[in-house]
Design a protein around this ligand. Structure first.
Ligand SMILES: [Zn+2]
Length: 184
C-alpha cells in the first residue's frame, strides 16, 4: 500500500460557488495530481465548477449543494480520485455553513497501486450508472426510488467508479402533482 503525502485537505466556497478558501494541503494535493500551475492566488475567486470534470458529476453536485445550503446539512460523500500511479478511495465531508458558504474536507481512506491495464480496469469498473434528477426538488431517481442526492451518492457509490454517471433531468411525480395543483 502506498499513501500519498497528503491525507486531509480543506477548501470552501461562497454562496455563488466561488472558491474563497483552500489550505496548503489542498494545494499540495493538486500539485501531486499534476496541477503544478495551481497557486492560492490563481484558485481563490474561481468557480468551483472549473475544477469538476463531467456534466453528470456537476449535476449531482449542484443538486447536493442546493440541498446542503437549504438545510445547512453536513454529509459525507465517498468518491474515487485516481492518479496515474494510484487508485484512491476517498471521502468528502460537506458542511453547509451560514450565508450559503459550503466547507469541504477531503480524506484518503485507501490507496492501491494503479493497474496499468486499461481494458481490465474499465471492465472492473462495471457499466456506467444512469440517474434522473428532478429539476425542481433535486431528488435523484435510482432503482425505482426518489432519494435525496447525498443518499443516492452514498448508497450507489456514484463517485467510486471510474465512470462519470449519466444524468438526465425530469420532474418527479410529486413535483408534477404540486405543479398540476398550482395550475388548476
Ligand atoms: Zn421533484
Amino acid at each position: 500500500m502506498v499513501f500519498p503525502r497528503v491525507e486531509i485537505y480543506t477548501y470552501a466556497i461562497d454562496e455563488s460557488d466561488l472558491i474563497e478558501f483552500v489550505d496548503d494541503a489542498w494545494l499540495a494535493f493538486a500539485r501531486d495530481n499534476g496541477a503544478a500551475e495551481l497557486t492560492r492566488d490563481s484558485v481563490i475567486g474561481r468557480r468551483l465548477w472549473d475544477f469538476i470534470d463531467g456534466s453528470g458529476t456537476r449535476h449531482f453536485y449542484r443538486a447536493l449543494f442546493e440541498r446542503i445550503r437549504l438545510e445547512q446539512l453536513e454529509t459525507v460523500i465517498p468518491f474515487r480520485c485516481d492518479s496515474p500511479e494510484l487508485q484512491r478511495w476517498m471521502e468528502l465531508r460537506v458542511l453547509g455553513a451560514s450565508k450559503g458558504r459550503i466547507e469541504f474536507s477531503g480524506r484518503l481512506l485507501r490507496a492501491e497501486k494503479q493497474l496499468h491495464v486499461p481494458l481490465i480496469n474499465s471492465l472492473l469498473a462495471g457499466p456506467k450508472q444512469r440517474f434522473s434528477i428532478c429539476s425542481l426538488c433535486r431528488r435523484v431517481h435510482a432503482f425505482g426510488e426518489w432519494l435525496e442526492p447525498e443518499v443516492a451518492m452514498q448508497r450507489f457509490h456514484v463517485f467510486e467508479t471510474v465512470h462519470e454517471p449519466a444524468v438526465e433531468h425530469l420532474v418527479c411525480d410529486q413535483c408534477a402533482e404540486l405543479l398540476g395543483n398550482a395550475h388548476a
